[in-house]
Design a protein around this ligand. Structure first.
Ligand code: NBX
Length: 828
């Protein structure tokens, strides 16, 4: 039996696959079946990993019917699809989310208990896929969760790194990186499809020739190629029957490639070639802000983008789509500049492979892409040297030059005689290379920043000439986080309280948390809320004791700063506050009994090549060791720095926080998303007027937010005047005493110079003006202590933070993208 597409079919083949029954007995049967047939062991001989794998595939089977059904409907209705292109997806563990999406948590727990298994042990067995650095990668994971939950067709495209973000360990307080071997026990969540592999070409040269129609054409003659093998992952919507796909590409050597060398008899060289190809998806680059301009990184970028476009276009053609209408079929959302090489790639495909004229191809390409920028730091903007690009992708470099010529003609037409402007706007900067953010801006239908302030600064400071030329191109979509993972799963007790109070609609309609506002004044509700906070603190205390041997004291204010280590985020400012408290007790300015009992928790990885960030980690650990051991503080100040902060730890840590540290220099943090997770879990924020903090403060109200520091315009003005950190050191005795204490050797066994790099930098450079904001920060911390002393008032504020931040659901972000950028509505 052959169907319309010439593929085999059968009446039963399109009937919906029945999901297994939702009952404890049914579940146990399925689980034991998976254990026996997949793992090949009986229950009595099974290891924890066997049991975890069997549980995962049992749950997976419940999702499978929905996945097939989603794909069938997409195939039938051919809806517009979002192709999310991202080099990173920081997914976190999958099991809990799959159990939630299938509503199987209780059944699984009970069923496993009948088998004598504690589900918590199996959950703990899962190694999270850490295929991202930080905020940008986690945002991609939240977005695909929301799209699935909102029933929007989306394929997430990315790279299946064999090694994700490194595992951080501390040796004598210094960060040491270990490879992240997340695949070593196998992943039950991935579905490899080697039969659907795609070939990706690299290198070589281009040739001009005359086509059959008499037109001059270009042929790319590549020098080598690799295979992209797709691995599919389920992206389940929350209780809505939809399962979208995340397709991650893994690099493999092509047969033709090594056969040639095998035939030449050089076996060792052939195996080396294999390794060379497979290197492309071997490891995630751990730099989150300063691109290294490494050839392998460009290979990664082109590799996954070429695979993804080929994949999408082939499927569209199979569905009978005319490529002239591609923009009606798809928007490719560019998650920062990492996938921007997709722009010349689509031009190449349309022109060289499908005979499009330039203007036709450019019209289609322009309408297919939109670009999200995630930074303001100039050094974070990717620029690829033209010689490197030309060597690896000669045809693409030609096309970029051509795009630039057409674009500069447009600029000259809009601003006649303004050569300087054309020079400033050129995609190719002479001496530097190809400015990928400019290419993305020229090609994108829309360009967006990730919070209101960021989008404004993007228009006014990073891309002012572009916003003058195309004001309508620029828009904002404020980031959001998924309430499924970051409230419902991570904070089960709070979720239960919310459910009992306003029902469970909030999980997919987070603004409904507003209905909790009146309960902030209800002493009974406040007491329950406080009890849950205390329970969450015990939960993280238990985890950190087992995981790191860290003891968290009872009854402390839990003050948390978790995020990548970067000077602009100013972990050093947090540290100065801690050392300042210590210094005041040491010098007798205050009594230990006056210090609010507080535990400061840090969680942070430094890019391995970022010396200042690594030294800051070293310093934090040394300060922690000294302060934690000094009886003078009577145990009232503790510093906990668990190694290897990741999504799994975040899920336990964030619900336990009282105070959220969001203290970047104003104008530097594009948005932040941790800030949203903390507020939603009832922490109060101490923060600058930066990124999404601005919007959080507006929504929760000034009384429930500890604002400090210079505003962005004040920062700009101080910078223009010439900032001199030493003048703050000289003028502020407490600041001086604090920095001097670090240089005194008390944290470094008497070594007065161990931390010179950090201290001297603060005193003499301090690019991110920590010293200028020190006073204001310390004053805000004093207000924190004052407020915390009144627990009733604090809990009231905490509840209002939760009730008023429903806006920061990634579901709302996705609605904004749909309206402002993708111009499509949820449909199947
Ligand atoms: O993206 C982050 C921003 O710093 C946050 O303010 C923002 O909330 C978040 C989501 O929009 N950027 C980020 O995480 N960047 C990276 O991880 C990154 C990774 C690789 C790279 C450059 C940046 N080459």
């Amino acid at each position: 039996d052959l169907g319309p597409s010439g593929k085999p079919t059968h009446p039963l083949a399109t009937a919906p696959v029945g999901a297994p029954p939702h009952s404890v007995d049914g579940f146990v049967k399925e689980f034991l079946h998976e254990l026996n047939t997949n793992q090949g062991v009986p229950l009595s001989l099974s290891s924890v990993n066997d049991q975890y794998m069997a549980l995962a595939s049992t749950v997976r089977n419940y999702l499978m019917a929905r996945w097939l059904e989603t794909n069938r409907k997409v195939h039938e209705n051919k809806p517009k699809t979002i192709g999310y292109l991202s080099a990173e997806y920081l997914l976190g563990r999958q099991l809990g989310n799959a159990l939630l999406a299938t509503d199987l948590s209780d059944i699984a727990e009970k069923g496993l208990a009948l088998c004598g298994i504690d589900i918590a042990t199996l959950r703990a067995q899962e190694v999270e896929p850490g295929l991202g650095n930080g905020g940008l990668g986690r945002l991609a994971a939240c977005f695909i969760d929301s799209l699935a939950t909102m029933d929007v067709p989306c394929v997430g495209y990315g790279i299946r790194y064999e090694y994700g973000i490194f595992r951080q360990t501390f040796v004598d307080g210094r960060q040491v990186e270990q490879p992240d071997t997340w695949l070593s026990l196998g992943s039950p969540w991935e579905f490899p499809h080697p039969e659907a592999s795609v070939q990706v070409d690299f290198g070589g040269h281009t040739e001009r020739y005359i086509g059959e129609d008499g037109r001059e054409r270009v042929r790319w003659v590549p020098a080598w190629n690799v295979l992209g093998v797709p691995y599919n992952y389920m992206v389940p919507g929350y209780l809505n029957g939809r399962v979208n796909t995340l397709r991650l590409w893994s690099a493999q050597a092509t047969k033709a490639f090594d056969l040639q060398i095998f035939n030449s008899g050089d076996y060792a060289q052939a195996v080396r070639a294999q390794t060379f190809a497979e290197n492309i998806s071997k490891v995630l680059y751990p730099e989150d802000s300063t691109p290294q301009g490494k050839e392998l990184r460009l290979q990664q970028q082109y590799f996954f983008v070429a695979c993804s476009l080929r994949d999408f276009i082939d499927h569209s053609l199979e569905d009978g789509f005319d490529l002239h209408n591609l923009p009606e079929r798809v928007t490719f959302q560019l998650n920062d500049t990492h996938p921007v090489i997709a722009v010349p790639e689509l031009m190449r495909i349309l022109i060289d492979e499908y005979d499009f004229e330039w203007d036709e191809a450019w019209d289609v390409t322009r309408r297919c892409f939109a670009y999200t920028c995630h930074t303001l730091l100039p050094e974070a903007l990717e620029v690829w040297p033209t010689d490197l690009l030309g060597r690896l992708l000669p045809r693409h470099l030609e096309l970029i030059y051509q795009i630039n010529d057409h674009f500069l003609a447009e600029v000259r037409e809009a601003f006649p005689g303004d050569e300087l402007r054309a020079h400033h706007m050129s995609i190719i900067s002479h001496g530097q290379g190809v400015r990928m953010a400019f290419l993305a801006t020229v090609a994108g239908t829309k360009v967006n920043g990730v919070a209101e302030l960021h989008s404004q600064l993007l228009r006014d400071k990073v891309l002012p000439d572009f916003s003058a030329l195309w004001p309508e191109k620029f828009t904002n979509v404020t980031n959001g986080v998924t309430p499924r993972r970051f409230v419902r799963l991570s904070n089960p007790k709070l979720s239960e309280l919310i459910n009992d109070t306003i029902g469970n609609g909030w999980v997919t309609d987070l603004e409904r948390l507003k209905e909790l506002e009146p309960y902030a004044d209800d002493p009974e509700f406040r007491a329950q809320f406080a009890e849950i906070k205390a329970w969450n603190k015990h939960r993280i205390a238990d985890l950190l004791r087992a995981r790191d041997g860290i003891d968290l004291p009872d009854g402390h204010l839990v003050d948390v700063m978790v995020k990548r280590l970067h000077e602009y985020k100013r972990q050093s400012l947090k540290l100065l506050h801690i050392v300042s408290l210590y210094e005041q007790v040491l010098s007798g300015k205050i009594a230990a009994s006056e210090v609010t009992p507080r535990t400061v928790v840090f969680g942070s990885k430094a890019a391995p090549g970022y010396a200042m960030a690594k030294e800051t980690i070293h310093l934090i650990n040394k300060v922690a060791a000294t302060i934690n051991a000094d009886p003078i503080l009577e145990g009232r100040l503790k510093i906990a720095f668990p190694a290897n902060y990741n999504v799994t730890l975040a899920e336990k840590l964030i619900p336990a926080a009282d105070l959220s540290e969001q203290i970047s220099l104003a104008g530097m943090e594009a948005s932040g998303t941790g800030n949203m997770k903390f507020a939603l879990n009832g922490a109060l924020t101490i923060g600058t007027d930066d990124g999404a903090n601005v919007e959080i403060r507006k929504l929760v109200g000034d009384k429930h937010f500890f604002l400090f520091g210079m505003s962005e315009p004040e920062v700009a003005e101080l910078g223009a005047q010439g900032y001199n950190p030493h003048s703050y050191y000289d003028a502020n005795p407490q600041l001086k005493a604090t920095l001097d204490l670090i240089s005194s050797g008390v944290f470094s066994n008497g070594d007065r110079h161990l931390f010179d790099m950090v201290v001297e930098n603060l005193k003499n450079q301090d690019r991110f003006m920590a010293l200028a904001d020190f006073d204001s920060y310390v004053a805000a911390q004093a207000k924190v202590e004052e407020r915390y002393a009144d627990q009733d008032s604090w809990m009231r504020s905490a509840i209002l933070n939760m009730a008023r931040t429903g806006y920061f659901s990634s579901d709302r972000s996705m609605r904004d993208y749909l309206q402002r950028i993708w111009h499509t509505t949820p449909m199947l």
